[in-house]
Design a protein around this ligand. Structure first.
Ligand code: LRH
Ligand code: MN
Length: 425
């Protein structure tokens, strides 16, 4: 199914008057505060979020998976589905592939389909947390950290293969998330596992093209439940520093122990110029991979407040903006549309924070006014601004409503059947 401009215009029509009234009222108030609404709109339009190729089908847990039908069974269909998202919200112009879940078969067809729906290729992800059917050696006890040099070599070669695949698609970054760890005290040597991981990453780093980045993703636990080699931002940062200037830390919002101050981690990494990217999602307990902003929208705002200030005050390069979620209950495309809107809203709220006023009250220890400045931005309903930025880009005023009124899922089920399954989590 292709979403056309006619589709967008027909579903926008009944909303244009109420949207224009809401937007004009908001724009007037923002200009009264000295904000440049046109510039805000440009920044929001420029902000694009990559869609994970592994989250276009229904996700599940060990307790079950309840598929919704019409899922993309091929990489071509996945790119077409991302094309549907991008046509609706003009905010998701790239895909982040996971290898081998999404090994391109026909590069020309993939690149042609992607070009037709204006989709590019963001970071490619390696996978040494699962054994492939024809794999001779197992990653059961680790990959880049494995005691067995042959298993480490196999995992290193896989990461080099993923870089080669990414190069053919125009990707510029490799994301390395290692499940490697232990589930029982004494199972492995923490120091040996870290040293082996570093040496293995060095081998992969040597293979990186000059204009590529390596994004080192950390996670405290799962699938191992006693230790993870790259368990926290400090370990990822340590490795990225030792590896070199092309290596950075990737922050997956779900990869933090309860009550971790993630916005402070973001600020620290930006101070060091080592914040490489995000996997946006939300969570209540563990790595729940829920819809972005569905549980902790204030934390998401505080993270973007550090990002906006950090862009002004540090030389950290623009990070990779990616979603990493799993859709166990919602229609995957609706879930992604909601996540993207939540990310753009948090960015918009951070853009209207008066950073100079905030610095002034911080310097004068006026703690009360500091909170007033932040919460005034957080409590300003900026949805009309985000919608206007999308509308001016040719997108839907309300992506979710247009998605439903255009009966996209029903059409995909007709085209692909109720039982088509997407590869991935
Ligand atoms: C690990 C993770 C990682 C991906 C996987 C799909 O929990 O966040 O980013 O490789 O999910
Ligand atoms: Mn992730």
């Amino acid at each position: 199914m292709r979403i056309t401009t006619d589709h967008i215009q027909s579903t926008n029509k009944p909303r244009e008057v109420s949207h224009a009234r809401e937007f004009n009222f908001l724009a007037e108030n923002l200009e009264k505060k000295g904000l440049d609404v046109e510039q805000l709109i440009k920044k929001l339009q420029y902000f694009q979020i990559a869609i994970p190729s592994w989250a276009l089908g229904t996700g599940g847990t060990r307790f079950g998976r309840f598929s919704g039908g019409g899922e993309p069974a091929t990489l071509i269909q996945k790119i077409q589905d991302i094309g549907i998202l991008h046509a609706l919200n003009r905010s998701s112009n790239s895909v982040s592939l996971h290898i081998p879940w999404d090994i391109p078969q026909d590069y020309d067809a993939i690149l042609q389909t992607a070009a037709e729906v204006e989709i590019g290729f963001d970071a490619v992800n390696s996978n040494t947390f699962q054994d492939q059917a024809d794999q001779s050696l197992s990653y059961k006890f680790g990959s880049l950290a494995n005691y067995d040099q042959n298993i480490r070599a196999l995992a290193i070669e896989h990461n080099k293969e993923v870089i080669r695949i990414g190069e053919k698609l125009g990707s510029k970054a490799l994301t390395v998330w290692l499940a490697d760890g232990s589930s029982f005290p004494g199972q492995h040597s923490f120091r040996k596992a870290l040293q082996s991981t570093y040496e293995s990453l060095q081998e992969i780093y040597k293979e990186l093209p000059s204009d590529w980045k390596m994004l080192v993703e950390y996670k405290p636990y799962e699938p191992y439940f006693y230790s993870t080699v790259i368990q926290d931002w400090g370990t990822s940062f340590l490795l990225a520093n030792k590896l070199g200037e092309k290596a950075y830390t990737l922050v997956d919002l779900g990869h933090h122990l309860p009550n971790t101050n993630i916005e402070q981690i973001v600020a620290t990494l930006m101070t060091e110029g080592k914040l490489g990217g995000f996997h946006f999602n939300d969570s209540k307990y563990g790595d729940d991979d829920l819809t972005v902003g569905s549980i902790k929208p204030y934390q998401l705002f505080l993270i973007f407040n550090e990002l906006v200030a950090g862009f002004e005050e540090t030389s950290n390069p623009a990070p990779a903006w990616m979603i990493d979620a799993s859709h166990n209950l919602k229609d995957p495309l609706e879930d992604l549309l909601q996540s993207i809107e939540a990310i753009k809203l948090a960015y918009a709220q951070a853009l209207i924070v008066d950073q100079n006023a905030l610095h002034a009250v911080q310097a004068s220890h006026d703690v009360t006014l500091a909170q007033e400045i932040l919460q005034d931005a957080f409590r300003t309903d900026l949805r009309p601004l985000v919608r206007e930025a999308i509308r001016q880009s040719g997108g839907a005023i309300s992506a979710i409503h247009s998605y439903r009124e255009l009966k996209v899922r029903e059409t995909l089920i007709k085209e692909r059947g109720k039982d088509s399954k997407a590869s991935g989590l």
